[in-house]
Design a protein around this ligand. Structure first.
Ligand code: SAM
Ligand code: SF4
Length: 324
């Protein structure tokens, strides 16, 4: 079992498959993806070894992310490897939904059980302004197809962006009235690359929590391998609301997740420093014990909290770089 020096336990691995993305979200890659230095992403055999080692260390949930994970040509193989690893009970993916409509069936067959689709606005024009793409209908067809396929959970991610947060929140409440979807509102986080965007657009999530509680929503108890959201349900709604509030005081106390970048670095925190390189131990499965040892040792250096409140975003230029 992986645990750190503050007795937090780590059951959940977020594995970035690529830093490449085909969208230009305002808060992430506003100018689109640019390759600074050519690099090789983790190969299938490296992913297999990582999944096996983390599972041996107690991980039971893997989330595939990026960049845009669906741009990996061998994604189905990655899914098969992760879902068939002994000990992995849940395989999730966060995606911009670009390929969901056409691939949901194959992904489900490959072992994907949970899908999070990023849909920052239900208004097609606003969606286009945020993502820099005219893909709203396509993405929403993907959400419908994922629901048809019967994944264990289909969730939507929406970043809280100040000027549209309130209208968006109300629209989403209507939208989940009859749809069994959890919509998770994520507080905008400050990233190294564009601090001014954060200054202009950040809005705290706690006002929305107060609103929900006032309207009779109840907060759910969190599972040991659950993500960072506070989740709320209401008897009159088929769907749920999640709030991810990294700026709230106790956010880091319940941290249960680690990240591996597409270059094979272990990141103990989204806002940590350079990451611990594991790549030299990934080419040969005979080095499995050494790899597990390195992961366990690194975890002892995990800090009690991020330092976002002090405006310290660590070495992360944007979330696409290490996997959001
Ligand atoms: N490309 C995929 C997608 O957008 O779903 C997966 C990677 S993306 C980095 C993962 C999640 O991080 C998305 O839901 C995105 O909205 C969120 N995200 C990216 N930058 C963010 C920021 N600065 N603050 C809060 N959430 C952010
Ligand atoms: Fe791409 Fe996801 Fe970043 Fe948007 S949030 S630019 S879809 S990686």
């Amino acid at each position: 079992m992986l645990s750190d020096s503050f007795d937090r336990k780590f059951f959940y691995l977020r594995l970035s498959l690529t830093d490449v993305c085909n969208f230009k979200c305002d808060y992430c890659l506003p100018d689109g993806y640019h390759c600074e230095t050519p690099h090789a992403n983790l190969s299938l055999s490296e992913i297999e070894l990582l999944a096996r080692c983390f599972a041996k260390l107690g991980t039971n949930k893997i989330r595939l992310t990026g960049g845009e994970p669906s741009l990996r040509k061998d994604l189905v193989e990655v899914m098969q490897i992760c879902s068939q690893t002994e000990g992995i009970k849940q395989l999730a993916m966060t995606t911009n939904g670009f390929k969901l409509a056409s691939h949901a069936k194959r992904w489900k067959e490959a072992g994907l059980s949970h899908v999070n689709v990023s849909v920052d606005s239900l208004d097609p024009r606003q969606f286009e302004l945020i993502t820099g793409t005219k893909t709203f209908s396509k993405v929403m067809r993907g959400v419908d197809e994922a629901l048809n396929q019967g994944f264990e959970a289909v969730k939507l991610n929406a970043v809280l962006i100040k000027h549209m947060a309130e209208t968006n929140f109300i629209k989403y409440l209507e939208w989940i009235k009859h749809r069994p979807v959890e919509v998770r509102f994520i507080e905008l986080m400050q990233m190294g690359d564009h601090p001014e965007y954060f200054e202009q657009h950040h809005i705290a999530g706690d006002g929305f929590k107060t609103l929900l509680l006032r309207q009779g929503w109840e907060q759910q108890i969190r599972a040991h391998n659950a993500g960072p959201a506070q989740v709320f349900h209401h008897p009159d709604y088929a769907g749920k609301i999640g709030l991810i509030m990294p700026y709230s005081n106790d956010f880091c106390a319940s941290c249960n997740r680690l990240r591996i970048s597409s270059l094979g670095k272990l990141h103990l925190c989204l806002f940590g420093e350079e990451g611990v390189d594991l790549r030299d131990l990934l080419s040969n499965s005979a080095q499995q014990d050494q790899l597990m040892q390195r992961i366990e040792t690194a975890l002892q250096t995990k800090k009690v909290s991020h330092f976002l409140h002090d405006g310290n975003t660590g070495a992360t230029p944007h979330l696409a770089s290490i996997g959001g």
